[in-house]
Design a binder for this molecule. Structure first.
Ligand code: NAP
Length: 289
């Protein structure tokens, strides 16, 4: 293997330490801990386990973490009403909807009921608009994590070529905007892209966010490129179940200069960035101290 491994867990640890300081400062100024509420539709094991881990991490940092459960039969309108009620609750500082919600929920419609000032994952149209306009505001944690991992390599983004594979609202599009903001020349590839390997191979920074295990092979990677793999794809079953990224790790690591592992790359940094986003919103609500 030739690539240097980008250790997401180590990066996340530093972000959490910074976050703990911010949580303590908030608590000292407000006389209460910051409140993060996460809305979860029950019944989806993967989402429940992800939210459980998020809640434990938040509590450890000093947040008052509130899990708000929605029954799977509730429907979009009921879930929206619940999110709107949380938004109106003065004691709640930050809200996350554990997305994607299972069918037939309309995830975007439910997220849109979050007060933009409490939107920890930058999921509302208002905050997406701020992102597009290059204005400060809460930004999607996964995209922020991707950019932080890119920056951890120390390689300059300005003028470099970046390709993002995936164009979802949650990962691909915001990641592309953040790379563009750092003056990279950005290409967004997707399922209709022709000659994906050739398009990907132009990139000095290759972000994989397709959700397809082993989509990215050695022929997709420019020698020495930075590969940030956001894909988390469950493979196997029972005792043999595990998570795989979008990159075929062993062969891509032979070509890339830097690579994020799965698990242990984008995931932990995303979790830490979400908590940082939440405490930033809480501090903003408190005003200057
Ligand atoms: P998504 O909404 O399903 O979007 C996938 C994107 O990839 C789409 O734009 C799709 O293109 C594109 N795509 C699918 N197959 C492709 C192919 N064969 N070639 C090129 N492009 C292809 O998924 P998402 O929510 O963005 O998530 C993407 C991955 O990131 C998933 O594995 C998810 O679990 C993971 N994820 C990780 C984190 C984290 O913190 N690590 C957070 C969120 C998501 P079209 O638009 O043309 O359909």
């Amino acid at each position: 293997m030739t690539a240097t491994v980008l250790d997401g867990r180590a990066l996340a640890k530093g972000i959490r330490e910074d976050c703990a300081g911010r949580v303590a400062a908030f608590a000292a100024a407000a006389g209460r801990p910051p409140v993060l509420a996460t809305v979860l539709v029950t019944g989806d094991e993967a989402s429940a386990s992800y939210v459980g881990a998020q809640g434990r991490a938040a509590s450890k940092l000093g947040f008052d973490f509130r899990l708000v459960e929605v029954p799977p039969g509730a429907g979009t309108e009921q879930a929206r009403a619940l999110v709107a009620a949380l938004s109106a609750e003065p004691a709640v500082d930050a809200i996350v909807v554990a997305a994607p919600l299972p069918r037939p929920f309309d995830t975007y419609a439910v997220q849109s009921a979050i007060d933009p000032d409490k939107d920890a994952d930058g999921a509302t149209a208002y905050n997406q608009g701020l992102l597009l306009a290059g204005r400060p505001g809460p930004r999607p944690a996964t995209a922020v994590a991707i950019r932080a991992l890119v920056e951890a390599t120390g390689r300059p983004l300005a003028g470099a070529r970046a390709t993002v594979i995936g164009r979802s609202l949650v990962v691909g599009k915001p990641a592309a905007i953040l790379l563009l903001e750092a003056h990279a020349t950005v290409t967004i590839a997707h399922s209709r892209t022709e000659e994906l390997a050739a398009v990907a191979r132009t990139a000095d920074f290759l972000v994989c966010a397709a959700g397809v295990a082993s989509l990215v092979r050695s022929e997709h990677v420019k020698p020495g490129a930075v590969v940030i793999d956001a894909g988390t794809n469950p493979v196997g079953s029972g005792e043999n179940s595990r998570l795989m990224g979008d990159a075929a790790y062993d062969e891509v690591a032979e070509v890339a200069g830097w690579i994020t592992p799965v698990p242990g790359g984008v995931g932990p940094v995303t979790n830490a960035m979400l908590l940082r986003g939440a405490v930033e919103l809480a501090a903003r609500r408190l005003g200057p101290t």
